[in-house]
Design a protein around this ligand. Sequence first.
Ligand code: FAD
Length: 283
Amino acid sequence: MTTPDFSIEFFPPKTPEGADKLRATRARLAVLDPKYFSVTFGAGGSTQQGTLDTVLDIRSEGHEAAPHISCLGSSRARLRDILTEYRDHGIRRLVALRGDLPSGYGAVDFSSGEFRYANELVEFIRAESGDWFHIEVAAYPEMHPQAKSPQDDMQSFARKVQAGANAAITQYFYNADAYFRFVDEAHRHGVQVPIVAGVMPITNYMQLMRFSEMCGAEIPRWVRLKLASFGDDSDSIRAFGLDVVTTMCERLLAGGAPGLHFYSLNQSGPTIAICERLKATGA
Ligand code: FAD
């Protein structure tokens, strides 16, 4: 069995103090020797400079870094400038997404604009930059919330890969079977690229419910009820969350997941705790 890849995601800090805090977080996470750190790109490009600054910071520390890039609400000219800037900095890896516009932008008219879907962004990056970038795209084992059906969503996913993606990272989930079925079906659609499992550590019940509502990730009833029963007892929430998520990661890796991508929310503790447990159990 090949060693699974670990990668860790951050969002760009908004203040110099936040950047210092994130540097300290990264120093702690570096002991896990992740393959790369990725940095999100705010809706509509709202964090463009913060994304680049954080990526350059990470690279100056000697780690590989991948900026996310999203296309909704952006023009070809603007994305061309971003790609040129990334190339000039020697950045070789991207996470390419459609993105979501911030709520203040009103209803999104998907029929207008220069980009509508992520497959168009992947095509554009390949047309502009050839094979310079290793491109990761998003995958949704529990279906993207705006998809018409799981079948449609799978076709959209396959289209992104056909457009030139090298690998995929999933939305987080707490049901390993959803992941395994998705991977099997992707294979049947001719998708051969690695599909890395996205992992959201459980540390805060209300925050998890809010995120999951937005992104369409299902919290299994038994997990939800148990978390709710702990009330404000955050130690119990963290301990239970650690058990649930580590057990799922063990299953994912044992079942052939090529890697894990941690949504760190700029925290080091939960990701380190999961990885240490995985190591201790030989996963
Ligand atoms: P797409 O692949 O374009 O899919 C979007 C929807 O359109 C799906 O429902 C799909 O089924 C449907 N669709 C696709 N193609 C077609 C077509 N041709 N015709 C009809 N329907 C179609 N968001 C950010 O803003 N910044 C980030 O940094 C960021 N990072 C992320 C990282 C990961 C690993 C993941 C999983 C998500 C991330 N997101 C980020 C969220 C992401 O932008 C949203 O989930 C967004 O709603 C969809 O992006 P996508 O790239 O999957 O879009």
